[in-house]
Design a protein around this ligand. Structure first.
Ligand code: ADP
Ligand code: ZN
Length: 426
């Protein structure tokens, strides 16, 4: 086992050396960055030298928008995608024909890992277009030989009719949209056993274990976490296996590291917690070396019972820039979600609002379920108290809680916007 891992890391090193040379030769900005760091390609002899390379950030990509970091002539580019722009100006990413093929292969592998085969019917309810979610899963499922239903996101009633009539077995969408589908199914008094769903691959945004439980119950399937980002290709970078103990990342395509906030490696022994940093090993149009994702996680090369020898990363708890600082306390939206989704009576949708009076104020707007909404007012009061108590225990912060009736919070079709930070507008 250890020997096999050493072999994998050795071949990662070889691909890294090749990629460094390729980037130096073809991307003037990389050459400049490496020169500034006092490096020549021959200084990178293997995986052990990766830490010498400078980082690449989203800001670098934005600065060189749109064509500045392309390593091939534009003639060889067959597609562009763009990130969602969750944290600012979207970044634009080019693909050669080979990049598209390899990306499809990664998504095929992801689908295989969750047990899908050519016999499955895969409904892709991620948005199609510049966003990578829809087309990424689409090409992967087609490469697998499965039957793809490219519904894209939105038009929820039609999605549900298709799920039912066409006997979809595999659903791909954001976890928040999966929850919304389950909510609409329930409110239309449809039963989960009218559907043929076996599994879902949900990603593109953070989601908690308690949200997983709700989705699994609401749609009658096994929910798998899928991870990716446009700068690396899109979805398909990592996937949970049936052990649900982290997400395997494909070692022949990516080197993954973790670093602390000062950029020091935290995975020196092959394991560690921190910000994920990725190096692509096979991309042609826009390879990235040590790309800082801002996504927080951990890495392990420990053996997985599923037999895959690809290292695992933990479920992403959030981005370093998602973290809210409220009266000096660090708050991650995912912590709040974990508390809320555990409580009976709390619906599937919530919003976190931060404002400043004299001090910062944290307010959570929480939709309640239809059941509790029609119950007595005392039930609602005790739910509100319970939420406040649990949030205080978790965050050591007093939080204002507003319970709202079902349907009051906007439903996302793609990534949910859960945080409204009014302090930024001041
Ligand atoms: P943007 O960075 O603008 O949202 P992308 O559409 O490329 O653009 O989204 C990639 C980001 O989405 C990742 O960096 C990560 O923050 C988030 N993401 C993707 N998949 C997951 C997942 N399974 N769990 C948590 N976050 C995810
Ligand atoms: Zn596994």
């Amino acid at each position: 086992m250890q020997k096999k891992i050493e072999e994998i890391r050795k071949s990662q090193g070889k691909l890294l050396v090749k990629n460094v040379k390729y980037s130096w030769d073809n991307i003037p900005y990389y050459k400049q960055k490496m020169k500034e760091a006092g490096l020549k390609p021959e200084d990178i002899k293997g995986l052990e030298d990766i830490h010498k390379l400078p980082f690449l950030s989203k800001a670098d990509l934005r600065y060189h928008y749109p064509y500045g970091l392309i390593a091939t002539p534009l003639d060889n580019v067959v597609r562009f995608h763009s990130s969602s722009g969750t944290t600012g100006i979207p970044t634009v990413v080019p693909y050669t024909k080979r990049d598209i093929e390899l990306w499809a292969e990664l998504n095929k592998r992801c689908l295989e890992t969750v047990g899908a085969t050519h016999k499955d019917i895969v409904q892709v309810s991620y948005g199609y277009g510049l966003f990578t979610g829809g087309l990424g899963l689409h090409y992967g499922a087609e490469r697998l030989g499965a039957a793809v239903i490219p519904t894209s996101s939105g038009n929820t009633m039609r999605q549900i009719k298709i799920l039912k009539d066409m006997k979809t077995t595999t659903l791909a969408c954001t976890p928040s949209y999966a929850l919304m589908l389950s909510e609409v199914i329930k409110s239309n008094e449809m039963k989960v056993d009218e559907l043929s769903l076996k599994r879902g691959v949900f990603g593109a945004e953070p989601w908690s274990e308690n949200m997983r439980k709700r989705i699994e119950k609401g749609l009658g399937l096994e929910a798998f976490d899928i991870y990716g980002l446009t700068e690396l290709c899109g979805p398909g970078v990592g996937i949970e296996c049936s052990e649900h103990n982290g997400l395997h990342t494909w070692s022949d395509h990516f080197i993954v590291e973790t670093i602390d906030k000062d950029g020091n490696k935290t995975d020196v022994d092959g394991e560690g917690k921190g910000e994920l940093v990725f190096t692509t090993l096979q991309r042609e149009a826009m390879p990235v070396l040590r790309y800082r994702t801002k996504d927080l996680s951990w890495i392990t090369w420990e053996e997985c019972a599923c037999g895959l020898l690809h290292p695992r990363i933990g479920r992403i708890t959030g981005r370093s820039d998602d973290m809210l600082i409220v009266r000096g306390v660090n708050v991650f939206p995912s912590q709040i979600e974990e508390v809320l989704m555990e409580l009976k009576g709390v619906g599937d949708h919530y919003q976190i609002i931060v404002d400043r009076d004299i001090l910062d104020k944290l307010m959570i707007k929480v939709e309640v379920t239809n059941e509790i909404f029609s119950d007595s007012i005392s039930e609602l009061i005790s739910l509100e108290k319970e939420i406040k108590k649990r949030l205080f225990e978790m965050l050591s912060l007093s939080v204002d809680v507003e319970l709202v009736e079902p349907g009051q919070i906007p439903r996302p079709e793609g990534k949910a916007k859960r945080v409204i930070d009014l302090r930024k507008d001041m």
